[in-house]
Write a protein that binds this ligand. Structure first.
Ligand code: IPE
Ligand code: IPE
Ligand code: MG
Length: 239
């Protein structure tokens, strides 16, 4: 790793918040903000290799977001479909390995097919690992993992003695990913809204006032360099 990347995070997770307010400030419908937000994704993703970010995880839709109006939910689902159709070739060609976390059961089968296809197609890529959290909730993820673990025990393939943090983590949606080093939330809200609860046990947090559609690659780089100044102790004391 080049020296100027030393201390920068390997895995950055982002709660992309503030699309609705961004649109409201312009007197436009909320969906206008979501479209502007989607355009930012491309820019932030493109900046990752130069910044040493190997894993980028983006919160796109939470298990709680179904509480929004039917029109907004439908609009967002349509946007995800369009985004995947439009970006698939470019993602593949640019070396991005794409994964999705979250429960697919409630998603439109056509969207799920696009997700499955993109995962399969980009599985051999290794420049940047992009994970999109879609119908994702931390509690839901841990609950689904516990259910699958219980099933393995019921079937006699594991016993209760096998249950430890490492084994449970193997049943999470994120099983192949390292834990996030840094979680960024835009839009000024200082909460995690059910994002990566298990995985963020020792993550650093940055809460940024900028609304997601205004979050540039320059600001992203600035936030990462702030991270590099932090002293991560993981419960130990500094030698
Ligand atoms: C984040 O922006 C995108 C999603 C949750 C899908 P919001 O839609 O939450 O925007 P605000 O928080 O209302 O401004
Ligand atoms: C979190 O943002 C979910 C995503 C960014 C996808 P929300 O806007 O849904 O979170 P709350 O409701 O403000 O906690
Ligand atoms: Mg919000």
């Amino acid at each position: 790793m080049p020296e100027d990347l030393a201390g920068l995070p390997t895995h950055v997770a982002i709660i992309m918040d503030g699309n609705g307010r961004w649109a409201q400030q312009r007197g436009r419908p909320r969906l206008f903000g979501h479209h502007a937000g989607a355009r930012r994704v491309r820019e932030i993703l493109k900046s990752c290799p130069d910044l040493g970010v190997k894993y980028l995880t983006l919160f796109a839709f939470s298990t709680e977001n179904w509480k929004r109006t039917q029109a907004e939910v439908a609009g967002l689902m349509g946007l995800f479909r369009k985004y995947l159709e439009r970006e698939a070739d470019e993602l593949f060609r640019s070396g991005v390995c794409v994964r999705f976390i979250g429960d697919r059961i409630r998603l439109d089968p056509k969207l799920v097919t696009l997700m499955d296809d993109l995962e399969l197609r980009t599985a051999g890529n290794n420049l940047v690992h992009l994970t999109v959290a879609l119908n994702y909730g931390g509690r839901d993820e841990v609950t689904r993992a516990a259910k699958r673990l219980a099933f393995e025990i019921e079937q006699g393939r594991l016993t209760h003695k096998d249950v430890d943090a490492e084994t449970l983590a193997k049943f999470l949606d994120t099983r192949v990913l390292p834990d996030p080093d840094l979680v960024i939330r835009t839009s000024g809200e200082a909460r995690i809204s059910n994002f990566l609860l298990w995985q963020s046990a020792y993550a650093e947090y940055e809460f940024i006032d900028t609304l997601w559609p205004d979050f540039t690659a320059e600001e992203f780089a600035r936030v990462l360099s702030e991270f590099a100044k932090r002293d991560r102790r993981f419960g130990a004391i500094r030698a």
